[in-house]
Design a protein around this ligand. Structure first.
Ligand code: 5GP
Length: 186
């Protein structure tokens, strides 16, 4: 499905694990890395910009794109749809780029199932140091309601049970340390 050449780096983490910060730091420090900007039907959070954090689109637009085979993978996460542009990733890989996909477990499974044999793919799962720590982080960022936090914690437990499907597991005890570990892996 994906032509051989570059490298795909899939990074997944339960919501609130600090994945966004880790990915941002990785990209800042490693100019050879590119990030795929996903499409989502989730409304933007304060400070998020379309085309930079995500492409924010309507559910109708998303479903239309899905019908046209636009997505390399897509999934419903917390009631919203998220997907990766097939064309964007294919082009980058053809050009030999190292492409970071910050996607959930469902997306990782789809990409793994559809990839060409020769494509170099590495999958990394970021874990919180503990569930208490994750809860504290979610409460601190104040972007979710109490009920949404509970839902994210339940999903986090389900996702963490699937961590063994990944090539590597990195614990985000300290962001700098986690970034260094990932740099060594890729
Ligand atoms: P958030 O709304 O907090 O930015 O992201 C929620 C979840 O959606 C995260 O687990 C994130 O990794 C996942 N996600 C973001 N973009 C994509 C995507 O394109 N595909 C899939 N499968 N998951 C995504």
């Amino acid at each position: 499905m994906i032509a051989k050449s570059g490298k795909l780096i899939i990074i997944s983490a339960p919501s609130g694990c600090g994945k966004t910060t880790i990915v941002e730091r990785l990209l800042e420090r490693n100019q050879d890395l590119m990030r795929s900007i996903s499409y989502t039907t989730r409304p933007p959070r304060a400070g998020e910009t379309s085309g930079q954090d995500y492409f924010f689109i309507s559910k109708e637009e998303f479903l239309e794109k899905e019908k046209q085979g636009f997505f390399l993978e897509w999934a419903e996460v917390f009631g919203h749809l998220y997907g990766t542009s097939q064309q964007f990733v294919r082009k980058a890989i053809r050009e030999g780029k190292k492409m970071v996909l910050a996607i959930d477990v469902q997306g990782m499974k789809q990409v793994k199932a559809n990839k060409d044999k020769g494509l170099s793919l590495i999958s990394i799962f970021i874990m919180p140091p503990s569930m208490e720590d994750l809860k504290a982080r979610l409460e601190k960022r104040k972007t979710e309601t109490k009920a949404q936090i509970e839902e994210r914690l339940t999903i986090a437990e389900q996702e963490m049970r699937q961590k063994l499907l990944y090539d590597y597991v990195v614990i985000n005890q300290d962001v700098e340390q986690a970034v260094k570990e990932i740099e060594e892996l890729i």
